[in-house]
Structure formats: structure tokens, C-alpha cells
Design a protein around this ligand. Sequence first.
Ligand code: PBE
Length: 266
Amino acid sequence: ANSGSVGESVDYKITGIDPGAGIMKATANALEEYELSDWELIEGSGAAMTASLKKAIDKEEPIVITGWTPHWMFSKFDLKYLEDPKGVYGEAEDIHSIARKGLAEDLPGVYKVLDQFHWTPDEMGVVMSSIQDGTSPEEAAASWVEENADKVAEWTKGAENGNGDKVKLAYVAWDSEIASTNVVAKVLQDLGYKVTLSQVEAGPMWAGVADGSIDAHIAGWLPLTHADQYKKFEGQFEDLGANLEGAKTGLVVPEYMDFDSIEDLK
Ligand code: PBE
């Protein structure tokens, strides 16, 4: 297909996710940088995006989505990132754990676990795929924690028990973060903490940690994806560093689409 027909074939629409996601901002930038003024970025959700992706792939129809790694979609479907010669989506990203100020003093055990929490994209992938296969996030997290006791012991090493102390974690309903947040919640519960998970948008997630109404989140995509929030609230949270290395975002299409670069969308 020539490049003109790529746009026509998908009605010049990119299937996006929740408007607060950093990848939406990056994609808006990509439309400008690559001069794709005919194109529209459609808002939705992670779940709606993967449903559209599955529908398209079942019929071998064209689709362009905002995608990211780690994500189960890459093990379920044959997909490729479009090349991004202008580097709009940045280099590899890390996912950081972000704590409210004062957490180390108020809940040192929680702080320690969050500080020690670190895993690989493959480990996260196991939990994500299990959830995708129909296991509830709580159960998928519990199984992973049970089967990875050695790893979990590294995270909880030296951490005080909770004795029923309350902890509030926030997350956004992105598949990667549903997996990670449920795993950390389970680990904290097993240590004796009472954990509340609140599902919010990306803005409130960062704002909540900054104003102290949320104890922590483990969904800080840096240095690029959440750069705006990081800058906006800098000094009002504690960055505990990366809990996962080698994340990535970009525009993603099925392998059967016969072009390879964002430049070909023009
Ligand atoms: N994501 C997944 C998020 C971070 C985690 C790439 C969709 C985003 O803010 O874009």
C-alpha cells in the first residue's frame, strides 16, 4: 500500500487511550513534528484500545494505536513499533516508585518495600498475561507473590510489619500498572498493612502523592512520559527510583501493515 492509503485505510485516526496518559501528549507532539495535520488522535481507555486492536486483528484490518511495553498485547499479537526517527517518544523509559513526603517517617516499612521493589518486564508480563486470561488482578498478584517468594523476600527485607496500619496507593487503569500495583498491594497486605487501591487518572495520581492524600504510586514513567507531572510537582514527592527498566512507548501497528515508520503516515 502507498502511504496515502495508510491514512485512508484507518480514516486518519490513531486509537489512543485515556487523555491524561503521557503517551497521548507525546502522540499529539508526534502529529505536529511529523506534520500529520490530517490525523486525529482518538481518546478512549487502555481497555477500549486493546478491544479495538483485537477486533482489527481478528479481521486483519488496519489500525494504528498508542502502545507501550511492557504490555501483554505484544505476546498475544504480532505487532511492531513504528520507527520514530525524530525521537518524539524518547529513548527507553523506566518506571519509578513515587512516595509522598514524610512516608519514610510515618510508615517506614511501606517506604522500605517501595524502595526495594524492583522487577523485570518479563516478571510483570506474567502477571499481566494472567489477568488478560481472565484471572482477577488480586488473584493474579497473589499467585505471582506465592510463586516468587525469593524475589518478594528481597523487597520486604528489613521492612517492619504493618499491624493494620493503613496505606493508600493510587494507580491508573493501564494494564502494566494494574499488574504492578496489585502485586505491591499484596506484598504489603501480607506484611500486615491495610491497603486501599484507588484507581484514578494520571493527573490526580501525581497530585495525590504531592498533596499527601495518596501515600505512593509505582507508575512514574520517566524521564519522558510523565515529565510534565514530574516537573509540576517537583519537590513535593520523593522519587524512589526505577522499579522496572526498559519500558517503551510509541505508535504500534499489526505486523501485516506494510510500512515501518511514523514518517510513512504522511
Ligand atoms: N502508559 C502506560 C502510560 C504510562 C504507563 C504508557 C500508557 C502513559 O502515561 O502514557
